[in-house]
Design a protein around this ligand. Structure first.
Ligand code: ATP
Length: 317
């Protein structure tokens, strides 16, 4: 995570920002502050956005790739100051007492509103890039504190790998993972708004259609499976409390999950708040086969074979 920079960089600083999945997502009841208490296990995968920071006068932001057209809606990325990248730049400048001068460029590869925390990854990458460009030399604790102010998933964007997330997800601690796993991510249809999926989960719990809870489901089975390192053990331990809510809002996802299992996935689950489906393959070749099969199944808009864990936001030399 550390930039290792000395002084202010004059050239472009390029940072890779990985997508995340949740191999465990335990969601507690709605808290008085409007958030849900989480016990989640984040897992960074090899699907990246790229954030480039160059010297500039004031802040400017250019976007390219996924979700960067002119339409608006949950599947679209704003290019104004509501973009998390812009907010990250302003927050770091304010905290470091420097002028927010930078020309920022984000090349998006991570599907927008897909439950892969692409916006959070971009924000984490922006903190890393501007820390180098501006020579602010924020320490790890400072960057994590700023990241938590930007959003619950942003601190994990800095840490990467596999990590336990508690609180509303912003307290992250690394988890021992003794393996490399191969996944196929399938994007089905339009994006889902994360608050809408939380709202649906609260409704289903209030109506007794899914069991009510006093706290988030503990992550112990998945932590043991990650230590053991086999794909079969991880497949048996995957869990996501948000899944029933995402399926209720998007019934077509049931077919997508079934298609993944029929095509040879050891297990498939909705990633975060969805609608991306994450299918665990037995090995690397299995992931290539699974991706090919699912690309032809007609249930996904895009299919990507990925691996992980991978490091969090890092400068590309
Ligand atoms: P969350 O991180 O809330 O779980 P998600 O992973 O499903 O969400 P994101 O791709 O992070 O989805 O985008 C969620 C919303 O954030 C989008 O609808 C978009 O309008 C807004 N947004 C702001 N900045 C960005 C960004 N840099 N990239 C993508 N989306 C952004």
């Amino acid at each position: 995570m550390s930039s290792g920079a000395t002084g202010t960089a004059r050239e472009a600083v390029v940072v890779r920002a990985p997508a995340k999945m949740n191999v465990h997502l335990g969601v507690g009841p709605l808290r008085a502050d409007g958030f849900h208490g989480l016990a989640t296990v984040y897992f960074a995968v090899s699907l990246h956005d790229t954030v480039t920071a160059r010297p500039g006068e004031g802040l400017s932001l250019r976007l390219s790739g996924e979700g960067t057209g002119t339409a608006s809606g949950p599947g679209q990325v704003p290019s104004d100051r509501t973009n998390l990248v812009w907010r990250a730049a302003e927050l770091l400048a304010e905290s470091a007492g420097v002028r927010p001068d930078a020309d920022l460029e984000v090349a998006k590869n991570i599907p927008v509103a897909g439950g892969l925390a692409g916006g959070s990854a971009d924000a984490a990458a922006t903190l890393v890039a501007l820390d180098v460009l501006w020579g602010t030399r924020a320490g790890r604790e400072d960057l994590l504190r700023l990241a938590a102010q930007l959003g619950s998933d942003v601190p994990f964007g800095l840490v990467g790998g596999v990590a336990l997330g508690t609180g509303r997800g912003e307290h992250v601690s690394p988890v021992l993972a003794a393996g490399r796993w191969h996944w196929v991510l399938g994007m089905a249809g339009e994006g889902l708004s994360t608050p809408a999926v939380y709202g649906e989960l609260d409704r289903l719990r209030a109506e007794g259609r899914v069991p009510d809870v006093t706290g988030p489901t503990p992550p112990d089975p998945v932590l043991a499976a990650l230590r053991a390192g086999t794909a079969a053990e991880l497949a048996a331990a995957l869990s996501n409390d948000m899944q029933p809510a995402a399926l209720n809002l998007r019934p077509d996802l049931r077919r997508a999950l079934r298609a993944a299992e029929d095509a040879g996935a050891l297990a498939a689950l909705v990633s975060g708040s969805g609608p991306t489906v994450a299918a665990l393959a037995p090995d690397e070749q299995g992931a290539v086969r699974l991706a090919a099969e699912l690309a032809g199944a007609g249930v996904f808009r895009t299919v990507r074979a990925v691996t992980g864990p991978v490091p969090g936001a890092h400068v590309v030399p």
